[in-house]
Write a protein that binds this ligand. Structure first.
Ligand code: PEP
Ligand code: MG
Length: 601
């Protein structure tokens, strides 16, 4: 089908580098787009549509009975609401009319009619209508599956061939569960650079673009596409000329990557000998292969929540200790820093909250959750302590807002040591303990926090969101998310000074650490460690090796005096562009993520 359709370009925000050539699989909000093809027999297609509706109705009646027999109450009535959707004239009359007018297969006409209907409903500000769209999406998915009459079991949603996934939105957990061999890249209409979905894509090396307008509605299943994760484009039905251009580009990028891979065993030190510890951020054990290849010096941030929240039930102490020990052994002699559970925000716990929080990023998240659920927290702490006998291990607490939380967490840690001693289980008392600084109040009292811990790690993704009051996953305000805001730069300076007072090290593990434009500034401000997604390590290492520490310090001084984001961006862009123009080009796209949304002209 693709050959007939014209090339179309959708522009979005690049969040993870790479170029992908593949047929597209479209996942609308809640349901996937079927293939489209012309038909000759309108009557037959209309019958197929009616059959699919009847099958769906029978299933819904069955489900309703089943629910009522289980719960003995009226819960089965939600399926009645679903059945009403099937009786709506928009469906009963609209779909046959669309088949007649468009002369396209029934499932595609049904899909198109329902998408139109849903789009109109989503625009109505009344929450009643917005809520109803979820019901309708659910029914649509069921009807679409019921067009497949050959199988007792409905066809699976995901294709069994390599594809490029285009979706309205993707949750971090769906992204984490993606089959890397089948999903070669993805593009979404929603999303932002510092959402966990984008962070995961970068960590796993899956090319990705977010914020594409209208792609879901306009693309057809199996359309041949090119995803450009450098410039943030999706090109459907590309012409042979476009394909050739992208093949050449891909070759150039591969050559540059091969050059950077040669840096694997070299040190991340500036031309005048100032060393930086360059480590990797990971979410899964299997990423350790990428870490090995990247030349990172250990793991600066292990986001444990993906492992802990994967299933309904949190893995117990034994399972956690086994995983953490394997990781520690593998990373040894370098260090791995486990970040304790950071549930909440855009990472939902397996055990759903009784009611959704109005502002999840300001809600029950990070250390707050752990201090309230001490049973879970202590299980994790004991598991990390035990892993300390297998290699160099550190742990850090997320979303600290003041020194009291650190003291409380540390006191639970020492209770865990006593418990392990009592049980006669081996552990390491000397593991390093750090605090993540990602809340402005914590940044302001960084010196007090530094007195309690062995290191500070700045989580800029959250520090920026909370300081400039911009939701990190809301595309509507993405352009206001400014890492280079003078307020942020001054806070980072305060944090580093606080750490220096107590002679402990400061790292940056948010996405800003991989922002090549701001790198000279971070180094000049005096950060000791940078932790970035493994695929970014070679780029950042090469950049560090080209910088001069004295010049970076002078730049930091100037930036600390600037009163506008614009001035800081200009100063940093100039420094970066004169030192490593070709690296900036290679990093364009998701690589140095915040350079885009964060540095408006
Ligand atoms: C951060 O906030 O910068 C960070 C590293 O943690 P996360 O992105 O998981 O919130
Ligand atoms: Mg954070």
């Amino acid at each position: 089908m693709g050959g007939i359709r014209k090339e179309a370009i959708y522009a979005g925000t690049p969040v993870s580098r790479g170029i992908v050539f593949a047929p597209v699989h479209v996942m609308a909000r809640g349901f996937s787009a079927p293939e489209v093809h012309p038909i000759a027999n309108v009557t037959r297609e209309t019958e197929r549509f009616r059959d699919a509706l009847s099958r769906t109705k029978r299933q819904l009646e069955g489900l309703q009975e089943h629910m009522e027999s289980l719960s003995g109450n009226e819960e089965g009535r939600i399926f009645e609401a679903h059945m009403l959707v099937l009786e709506d004239p928009v469906v009963l009359k609209g779909v046959p009319k669309a088949i007649e007018d468009r002369r396209q297969n029934a499932e595609y006409c049904f899909y198109a009619v329902m998408q139109n209907q849903l789009e109109s409903m989503r625009r109505i500000p009344d929450p009643f209508f917005r809520d109803r769209t979820t019901d309708i999406e659910d029914v649509c998915q069921r009807v679409l599956r019921n067009f497949d009459t050959e199988h007792e079991e409905p066809a699976p949603d995901e294709p069994d061939h390599q594809h490029l996934l285009v979706a309205y939105d993707l949750s971090p957990s769906t992204t984490a569960a993606m089959d890397r061999h089948q999903v070669l890249g993805f593009a979404t209409e929603r999303g932002s650079i510092t959402s966990h979905t984008a962070i995961l894509a970068r960590s796993l090396g899956i090319p990705a673009v977010v914020g594409l307008r209208n792609a879901v509605f306009n693309l057809h299943a199996l359309d041949p596409c090119i995803l450009d994760g450098y410039e943030g484009k999706l090109i459907s039905n590309p012409t042979p000329e476009t394909v050739r251009k992208y093949r050449e580009l891909e070759e150039q990028h591969q050559l540059r990557r091969a050059e950077l891979d040669k840096l694997r065993d070299l040190e991340a030190a500036t031309t005048d000998g100032h060393s930086i510890t360059l480590s990797a951020n990971i979410e899964f054990e299997h990423e350790l292969d990428l870490v090995d290849r990247s030349g990172a010096e250990g793991v600066g941030l292990f986001r444990t929540e993906f492992f802990l929240l994967e299933n309904e039930e949190c893995p117990d102490e034994e399972k956690q200790a086994a995983l953490y020990s394997r990781v520690a052994k593998r990373v040894s002699p370098s260090e791995v820093i486990f970040r304790t559970l950071d549930a909440g925000g855009d990472k939902v716990p397996g055990e759903p909250l009784s009611e959704p929080e109005p502002n999840p990023f300001l809600g029950w998240r990070g250390i707050r959750f752990s201090l309230d659920r001490q049973d879970l927290f202590k299980e994790q702490l004991r598991a990390i302590l035990r892993a300390g006998t297998s290699g160099r291990v550190g742990l850090m607490f997320p979303l600290i807002s003041g020194v009291g939380e650190v003291r409380q967490a540390k006191s639970l840690l020492s209770e865990c040591m006593d418990e392990l001693t009592e049980r006669g289980v081996e552990f390491n008392r000397e593991i390093s303990v750090g605090a993540m600084i990602e809340v402005p109040s914590a940044a302001m009292v960084a010196a007090d926090i530094a007195a309690e811990v062995d290191f500070l790690s700045i989580g800029t993704n959250d520090l920026v969101q909370y300081t400039v009051a911009v939701d990190r996953v809301n595309p509507r305000v993405a352009k206001l998310y400014r890492s280079a805001h003078p307020g942020i730069i001054r806070l980072i300076k305060t944090i580093i000074e606080g750490a220096n007072q107590h002679r402990i090290w400061t790292g940056v593990c948010g996405e800003m650490a991989g922002d090549l434009t701001l790198l000279p500034l971070l180094i000049g401000l005096g950060v000791d460690e940078l932790s970035v997604g493994a695929p970014l390590v070679p780029l950042v290492k090469q950049a560090v090796r080209l910088l001069d520490f004295e010049e970076c310090s002078a730049l930091a001084k100037q930036c600390l005096e600037a009163s506008e984001t614009r001035q800081i961006v200009q100063l940093c862009s100039k420094a970066a562009a004169t030192t490593y123009p070709e690296l900036l080009q290679e990093a364009s796209g998701g690589a140095s993520a915040p350079s885009f949304a964060a540095h408006p002209a």
